[in-house]
Write a protein of this length. Structure first.
Length: 204
């Protein structure tokens, strides 16, 4: 079972807004403790939560953030619009051979046990859906591609940092693909400008 320290620290780590405000000294320990007690099941006293917050290893957090800043500083960020996400509810082994025949440029795939998702330019979506009857299509998506240095492969928190930055802008991530050192994030087209700005802020 987690100790109260571990539980409180986990909740803090999981909320990028809390960590950012703590780092900037924009939130005090008592206010944060009250917030955690009111929003989560913590069977302990206010003073115990405050004590756990005070013990939080902020130096370790700051060191990790510094390491991530170095990784993102030299990253390459690009975007692409007019993307469609096609979900085919068939085993990937049945889909991939037929999909290969189409020779789709720039296609990206995500496979599960009994379905496969295909991300392509919208103009190519009809070629895929013509082959497969059990296909659902989500249109009007945009792709953000983030290419980081090879050292990112051995650094924890890279994916979480990208996702958290977009979440802080209240943007929903429709799909997220990882092929280190590349990360592909898919959002609705209406959110692409703001999402792009948030990801670019990581490189500053």
């Amino acid at each position: 079972m987690e100790s109260i320290n571990q539980r409180v620290w986990h909740l803090m780590w999981a909320d990028p807004a809390i960590m950012r405000n703590l780092q900037r000294k924009l939130i005090n320990n008592r206010a944060l403790a009250k917030y955690l007690l009111s929003h989560y099941t913590l069977e302990t006293s206010l003073d115990s939560v405050i004590s756990s917050i005070r013990r939080f290893p902020m130096d370790d957090y700051n060191e990790e953030k510094k390491s991530l800043q170095e990784i993102f500083k030299d990253s390459v960020v690009s975007t692409s619009n007019n993307i469609a996400c096609i979900t085919i509810r068939q085993p990937p082994a049945d889909v991939l051979p037929r999909l290969h025949e189409l020779e789709l440029p720039g296609v990206r795939l995500v496979t599960g046990n009994d379905k496969i998702k295909i991300l392509v330019k919208h103009a190519l979506a009809s070629k895929v859906t013509a082959l497969f009857k059990k296909a659902d299509v989500v249109e009007h998506l945009s792709e953000i591609s983030v290419t980081v240095g090879e050292e990112a492969i051995g650094t924890k928190g890279v994916l979480a940092t990208i996702a958290s930055e977009i979440a802080l802008a209240n943007i929903n991530i429709h799909e997220l693909l990882v092929c280190p050192p590349q990360f592909f994030i898919y959002v609705e087209e209406k959110d692409i400008v703001k999402a792009h700005e948030r990801v670019l802020s990581l490189t500053e």
